[in-house]
Ligand binder design. Structure first.
Ligand code: DGL
Length: 284
């Protein structure tokens, strides 16, 4: 049997990356996990986030995945070494590919970054961008109100516009020509962000660059699937709200035939099954 690709995020944001993977790699099957019981991740401490990441990845491993896409910038901003050491499949993050795309897009070497508090505080994007081009200036702003709005599906209305205007004031006078949406959720806010930024600013979201990186990693591992039977996709969440299913249907249409719930208790059991180390398991 062909092994699927695993994707995890704190919630609906990861669907934007799943969509980009479907577009780029239409022959691949995908198992998605959204940790909707514990969203938002963006204001949690690094220790808690590390434990969540291990649980989420262990759950995907129990589904036999051949690669794990960490669709959550907040997790990726802590570094992926621990996941790479524990799980013997390619671990693909969102930060380096998105940083490369931003550096390729900027003409004036002034890039804006928006993300969760944890991602912005980590400085991971600045480091990734400046490693590629030390002459680029990066200006960043945390946008803590975006994720709750997006999880509610309020992405293209007057409230979204007001919140976008307020958060984007941080970039006034900076002259940025490129803006990295450094949170998988923010791709769902793209229309309101475009309305605010106008045509002079290129928006870079995680989906396309991450799907491209995934393709390269699968090719290098010799596990890229170029044909074969119809791919099968599975969607799991830790709390099954009607919001998730609705947004998933709107975003991915018929590819989402069912969304299943996996409880935090089951996650803990999977984690113990995976490595027999109950001390690794996070509190809910
Ligand atoms: N979607 C996640 C990210 O890319 C975080 C959103 C959250 O749970 O705060 O950072």
């Amino acid at each position: 049997m062909e092994r699927p690709i695993g994707v995890f995020d704190s919630g609906v944001g990861g669907l934007s990356i799943a969509e980009a993977i479907f577009e780029r790699l239409p022959n691949e099957s995908l198992v998605f996990f959204g940790d909707t019981a514990r969203v938002p991740y963006g204001n949690k401490s690094p220790d808690t986030l590390r434990r969540f990441a291990l649980e989420d990845a262990a759950f995907l491993m129990t589904k036999g995945v051949k690669a794990i896409v960490v669709a959550c910038n907040t997790i990726a901003s802590l570094g992926l070494d621990e996941l790479a050491q524990r799980f013997d499949v390619p671990i693909v993050g969102v930060i380096e590919p998105s940083a490369r795309a931003a550096v390729a897009a900027t003409h004036n070497k002034r890039i804006g970054l928006i993300g969760t508090r944890a991602t912005v505080a980590s400085g991971a994007y600045e480091a990734a961008i400046q490693e590629i081009d030390p002459e680029v200036s990066v200006y960043s702003a945390a946008c803590p109100l975006f994720v709750p709005l997006i999880e509610e599906g309020w992405t293209n209305n007057i409230v979204a516009d007001i919140v976008v205007d307020e958060h984007m004031r941080a970039f006034e006078g900076r002259g940025i020509d490129t803006l990295v949406l450094g949170c998988s959720h923010y791709a769902l806010m793209r229309v309101a962000l475009e309305r605010h930024c106008g045509s002079g600013v290129t928006l870079i979201d995680n989906g396309g660059p991450t799907a491209e990186e995934l393709e390269q990693r699968l090719r290098a591992a010799g596990t890229l699937r170029s044909d074969g039977p119809q791919p099968q996709h599975e969607f799991y969440v830790s709390d099954l709200s009607s919001n998730f299913s609705q947004i998933a249907q709107v975003f991915l249409g018929e590819r989402v035939s069912a969304v299943r719930q996996v409880s935090l208790e089951e996650m803990r059991e999977w984690m113990m099954v995976w490595n027999g180390a109950p001390w690794m398991v996070a509190d809910s």
